[in-house]
Design a protein around this ligand. Structure first.
Ligand code: BGC
Length: 818
């Protein structure tokens, strides 16, 4: 233990000690000027560093590919590079710690937050998390791996109890956290909102103390998710160091009293304080006394890295030879995601990107506008498009818009997410009202839809008439992290070219869990049959049609799960109609996970491009034109139907949860482990992706000299690029226990390597397996066990393409410590 930290702890008064165990505001822990201790600042990730503002607006930042896109790269070296670049971003926001990476497992295909997480597989998630953390912390910025643990759905997420047996926790859900601690020495862990087997994770002694600290040897800080602490002595005693955000609700005076009454011992308090001081020392905030200043650094090297990573994440799922695009022919650019750049998911991971390149823009820059023709075809939004324009905002220091406004501001869009300081501090952020006045000038005459949803009461008047009312009968829905209502939509007839007055009124209401006030108002004109007909015509008249479909951050978002995995709106109809009109139809899908694809047999090619960050359109154009190789492989199985997914069940307790519980009944059979068990053929298997280059694997060699004594094995394989293009192969090694005494998956990924190979090049690659690669967790005796008997190693290029195999065997069992 280092002397300076011990001495500081000795010098601190009880009040000072307690003060650094809670946030001061949303994004910081208070300084202690008397002792020269600086303020510690955190910022959200994982796909960038948003900075100290609100979720909407704020200082601009670089927007990197989202978690599932990084999962699809299968490239730990690239993820480490991104981690290091993110450290620059965190520094530009004057912060010391990034609230990332997110490593919850893709249990259900409908989890709203899967886009933010890497994979359905713990090993792929774990390896990438380690790389991300090493990259970030190597530059002195702390990681906060989250959400520990059992946060695999957004439904009732702040109260639900995830019922998970210990073996499934150990073998699936805890692995990325365990590796982050043991292999990357993460400095931060964030507890989740949910309960785990009945107890909030923020006060779960077994999780935070027995497993995390005693077994894994963790010496960093555990912080609560925002408003996820629910008690004083219980959280402190269980191992939660920091309550976030501030000002404190469970700590402050309450914790001082708990220490005085003996409910929290001086020794426990000191442990928490030491952990906080150690963190402050690691990230340099202990001696950081700079004035707070945030910068928007749009760096060319970040642009290049994001573009490269976006292309590397792209998974080519089907190609009958139409890709990469060749020649000079005309291209119909179709679909709701063609001109709107879908670069990230929604929720706390969102940020104000430096810029957003749409696929249309990317193609215009790559091939010139003369070859392109655009038709949207249909829409795919969940909410009416946010109204943009200039709004005057009057703020009232009461909840009834009464009297004179205390502050007048302005906004350039009809949405707000008010946290922390509001109206320059002239209103109480949880008790105020506001009126926004602006106008909307439509391009087309017709009946428009006006929508509003709000965490608080809100209504929209157009030309003096109440059109959408989320005030009078406000009911809790699935927006704004479950603090908002569902969208309320009204209709109004509007005239092209005329400025119609729009007035939005808002008032705060008591919040359930998260202290926030927010609303979003939008106006849209529904697209009808003519829009599809126009797109079909464009496709018919072009040599190639590219359809940009998918979802956006309104669907793939924190705070709500997906209602299904159908493409929203009329997109299935659109793709089928375009494929029917043009045999060279290419689909570019942007989602945070699988969709059902009734049209898959009729399209010529399909690329899954995820949400690749601010360079989206450039990365997609690079892949379409073959400037970059789509070397992504699926980090999640794409099932034929939603019903094939492991968490899909008639029993509501299995998903989405019932009476406050969600039971992980499938146990360890998550993702491909489940499809294997039931013999279900997915639409596209885990680890699959075509690329333009082609590869072959041969000559599996196994060195098992240490297997009996240590449980470790080395596997070697030769991989050859058998095509005329340079490219990258993703070698995957799966292990099966041939004579398992406890039920085990048919095979499990245990090692992988991404290998860049020139056309025709061959390389020998080795992959190391340690004893844990062969072990399972025996719940009765609570240890990892490698059984005697034989194990099969399978190597290949996807979970469904494993041509090489070999066996190793051992005579004795091997017990491994937890
Ligand atoms: C999310 C966290 C995030 C925090 C701060 C919560 O809603 O679950 O992932 O870091 O907010 O924005």
């Amino acid at each position: 233990m280092n002397d300076r930290i011990e001495q500081l702890a000795d010098l601190m008064t009880l009040e000072e000690k307690v003060s650094i165990l809670s946030g001061e505001d949303f994004w910081s822990v208070p300084a202690i000027p008397r002792l020269g201790i600086g303020k510690l600042r955190v910022t959200d990730g994982p796909n960038g560093a948003r900075g100290g503002g609100s979720l909407i607006g704020g200082v601009k930042s670089a927007s990197f590919p989202v978690g599932i896109a990084l999962g699809a790269t299968w490239n730990a070296a690239l993820v480490e590079e991104i981690g290091a670049a993110l450290a620059d971003e965190v520094k530009s926001k004057n912060a010391h710690m990034l609230l990332a990476p997110t490593v919850n497992i893709h249990r259900s295909v409908t989890n709203g937050r899967n886009f933010e997480c890497y994979s359905e597989d713990p090993i792929l998630s774990g390896d990438l998390a380690v790389a991300y953390i090493v990259g970030l912390q190597g530059q002195g910025i702390g990681a906060t791996i989250k959400h520990f643990a059992g946060n695999e759905s957004e439904i009732e997420r702040t109260t639900i109890s995830s019922e998970i047996d210990e073996r499934s926790l150990r073998e699936i859900y805890l692995i990325p956290f365990e590796w982050a601690v043991k292999k990357a020495h993460t400095w931060g862990v964030m507890s989740s909102y949910n309960r785990l087997n009945g107890t909030f994770t923020s006060e779960h002694n077994w999780l935070l103390t027995d497993v995390l600290r005693r077994e894994w040897g963790y010496d960093g800080v555990v912080m609560s998710d925002w408003f996820g602490s629910h008690s004083t002595a219980e959280t402190v005693n269980a191992g939660l160091d920091l309550e976030m955000p501030g000002p404190p609700r469970d700590r402050g005076q309450k914790l001082i009293d708990a220490v005085k009454s003996g409910a929290v011992s001086e020794a426990t308090l000191r442990q928490r304080v030491i952990a906080m001081l150690r963190l402050m020392q690691r990230v340099g905030s202990l001696d950081d006394h700079r004035d707070f200043q945030e910068a928007a650094n749009d760096r060319p090297e970040h642009r290049a890295l994001i573009r490269r990573a976006g292309a590397e994440a792209a998974v080519l799922l089907k190609n009958n030879g139409v890709l990469p695009l060749k020649g000079e022919g005309s291209i119909a650019v179709i679909g709701p995601n063609a001109k709107i750049a879908q670069i990230m998911g929604g929720g706390s991971a969102q940020l104000n990107a430096h810029y957003r390149i749409s696929p249309w823009q990317g193609l215009v820059d790559a091939v010139g506008e003369e070859r392109l023709r655009f038709a949207p075809g249909c829409t795919n939004h969940r909410f009416e498009p946010v109204l943009r324009g200039s709004f005057r905002v009057e703020y009232f220091a009461n909840q009834t818009l009464a009297g004179k406004p205390v502050h007048i501001g302005s906004q350039d869009e009809a949405q707000a997410f008010w946290i922390g300081q509001v109206a320059e501090g002239k209103v109480d952020p949880l008790h105020f009202s506001a009126r926004l006045t602006g106008s909307f000038t439509p391009d087309t005459t017709g009946t428009h839809r006006v929508g509003i949803y709000s965490a608080g009461f809100a209504k929209v008047h157009v030309d003096g008439k109440l059109v959408a009312d989320a005030w009078t009968n406000w009911t809790k829905g699935r927006t704004f992290f479950e603090e908002g209502c569902d969208e309320v939509v009204g209709t109004v007839d509007l005239e092209a070219g005329r400025a119609h007055e729009v007035v939005i009124e808002f008032a705060t209401k008591d919040f359930a869990t998260l202290g926030l006030a927010a609303f979003a108002a939008g106006i849209g004109l529904p697209l009808g049959n003519e829009a599809i007909a126009e797109a079909v015509l464009a496709a018919r008249n072009a040599d190639t049609a590219i359809v940009f479909v998918g979802r956006n951050g309104e669907w793939d978002t924190e705070g709500s799960d997906l209602p299904s995995i159908d493409l929203p709106g009329r997109q299935n109809e659109l793709v089928a109609a375009i494929a029917n009109a043009n045999p060279n139809t290419i689909v570019v899908l942007q989602t945070g996970g699988p969709v059902e694809m009734p049209w898959i047999g009729s399209v010529a090619a399909l690329i899954q491009a995820w949400y690749p960050g601010q360079e989206a359109g450039n990365a997609i154009a690079d892949v379409l034109l073959g400037v970059a190789e789509p070397s992504g492989r699926l980090p999640q199985t794409f099932p034929v139907r939603w019903a094939d997914n492991p968490a899909h069940s008639q029993d509501r307790e299995v998903y989405p949860g019932q009476e406050g519980k969600v039971r992980y009944e499938e146990g360890i059979f998550v993702g491909y482990r489940h499809y294997d068990r039931l013999g279900l053929t997915p639409l596209f298997p885990f680890g699959f992706g075509l690329g333009y280059a082609r590869f072959a694997v041969a000559d599996l060699t196994i060195d098992d000299a240490e297997f009996e004594a240590e449980g470790s094995v080395m596997a070697g394989v030769t991989v050859t690029n058998v095509s005329e293009r340079d490219g990258a192969a993703v070698l995957q090694l799966y292990v099966s226990d041939d004579v398992a005494s406890d039920p085990r998956p048919a095979k499990e990924l245990k090692a992988f390597r991404k290998v860049q190979l020139k056309a025709g090049e061959s390389r020998q690659v080795t992959m190391a397996l340690d004893a844990r690669a062969f072990a399972f967790f025996r719940a009765q005796s609570r240890h990892w066990l490698v059984e005697d008997g034989s194990f099969t190693l399978r190597v290949g290029l996807s979970s469904a393409d494993l041509p090489l195999s070999g066996t190793v065997s051992r005579r004795t069992t091997l017990m491994l410590p937890v």
